[in-house]
Design a protein around this ligand. Structure first.
Ligand code: NZQ
Ligand code: ZN
Length: 390
């Protein structure tokens, strides 16, 4: 296990019927609020009215940034920065999924930056002070509610990049499973795939002596595999939604990943698919992940033992033959994702695998550092092979 720093002071308010705590939590940072949200789902299921009424009756001044897109665009960030500056706002309340929270994070940092906000996305080391962020999360997937990362897209140059900063950690996150009841089935499935992918990216790793991290990751995987089908069948099953929501938070708040060296693989590749084709993040991951797993097994036999461990611990496969268990585990992963009704090929999501593949593969290697430190290191030809298998 390697050395690590874990600093995650986010105040988690988990559970239903806790919105009345918002004025006190938010008020600690100021009364002039940027209320950031997406395309309107929070209006349709009533959360918007509840939040606005509560804040107005408690004397908050609200300025709204609306229409933040899935795969949030830098243009929304720039608009948010302008609103904060013009109205002298002192805190951001993000209400929505990961896209809304991520946009809020970069707005928070860019307010204190003299140049263009995109500079902070391209180079996280420029990220300094930030406005305080509070969020009310409405979709379980990204883990952004308890981490310092944000992912922003710039369609003009086909780039979707991650950035981060210690100051971007939300001060408080309201995680009410009932706010995720209305997430459509496709997004629920994509969220489950995203959570699993976060766990796989950290678990399939070469650092030894990380029993704690591995056991936690396996437990979280099992919780998602158990509860995602229940939430799809019964969207208002509180227990299933609660478990998925807490798994999403724990999967990417550092606990399963700290103490390990090495980089991620499917995320950098997926970010290129989203940058060029604007697809849903979790769907792209679901399509890529089993193909990447198979690539690992077919091309690097040192990966077999970890995939076999995954098969035994998560899928409860029994037997002596590591290779057989490893391949069964990859198949089980594919079958599970397919059972969530995820379209499991790129053409089904509008990506023809003979176009732009070389360009996206080259970009993934550069942006994701895939040739240096990934579980199985990849050059652009290898990435292209994985994408073409999708
Ligand atoms: O925009 P609205 O109308 O709110 O609708 C959203 C959106 O269309 C809808 N939705 C959200 N909550 C809902 C709901 N619809 C009904 N009821 C609700 N309760 O769902 C759609 C997708 O929302 P989005 O926020 O885009 O989804 P998600 O939370 O999956 O976020 C995806 C973004 O996060 C990035 C992804 O790359 C992508 O840009 N990621 C961020 C990470 C981080 N900050 O740590 C890590 C991840 O790996 C990921 O890269
Ligand atoms: Zn993700």
């Amino acid at each position: 296990m390697n050395n690590f720093r874990m600093y995650v002071p986010t105040d988690i308010r988990f559970g239903k019927d806790r919105l009345n705590e918002l004025p006190e939590v938010l008020g600690a940072y100021g009364k002039r609020v940027l209320l950031a949200y997406g395309g309107g789902s929070i209006k349709r299921f009533g959360l918007y009215d509840n939040v606005v009424n509560l804040l107005k009756s408690n004397g908050f001044h609200i300025v709204e940034l609306t229409g933040i897109e899935p795969n949030p665009k830098i243009s929304s960030v720039r608009e948010g920065v302008k609103l904060v500056r013009e109205n002298e706002l002192n805190v951001i309340l993000a209400v929505g999924g990961g896209s809304v929270v991520d946009a809020a994070k970069v707005i928070a940092g860019a307010v204190y930056y003299d140049g263009d906000a995109w500079d902070l996305v391209e180079d996280g080391s420029k990220m300094g002070k930030a406005l305080p962020i509070i969020d009310i999360l409405t979709l379980a997937a990204t883990g952004t509610e308890m981490n310092r990362n944000a992912v922003i897209s710039n369609p003009e140059i086909n780039e979707k990049l991650g950035t981060s900063g210690w100051e971007l950690l939300p001060k408080a996150s309201f995680l009410d499973p009932t706010n995720t009841f209305t997430v459509p089935t496709g997004q629920t499935a994509a969220g489950a795939a995203d959570i699993l992918s976060h766990l796989f990216e950290q678990y399939f790793n070469r650092t030894d002596g990380v029993d704690v991290q591995d056991n936690i990751a396996e437990g979280l995987m099992k919780a998602v595999i158990k509860n995602a089908p229940i939430a799809l069948k019964t969207p208002d099953d509180y227990i299933a939604r609660a478990n998925i929501l807490w798994a999403s938070t724990l999967a990417l708040n550092g606990i399963p990943g700290n103490g390990r060296a090495g980089g991620w693989t499917c995320h950098p590749i997926e970010h290129e698919l989203s940058a060029y084709y604007d697809i849903t993040h979790g769907i792209g991951l679901a399509i890529l992940t089993p193909r990447w797993m198979k690539y690992c097994l077919d091309n690097d036999e040192t990966t077999v033992s970890k995939f076999a461990k995954y098969g035994r611990q998560v899928w409860h496969f029994e037997g002596e033959n590591d290779s057989e268990i490893a391949h069964r585990a990859v198949k089980a992963t594919y079958e599970f994702l397919k059972s969530l009704d995820i379209p499991m090929t790129l053409p089904e999501v509008g990506i023809e695998t003979d176009e732009l593949v070389d360009e996206m593969s080259a970009q993934a290697v550069v942006h994701g550092g895939l040739s240096n430190g990934a579980f199985v290191e990849l050059e652009k030809e290898n990435v292209a092979q994985i994408i073409r298998a999708c």
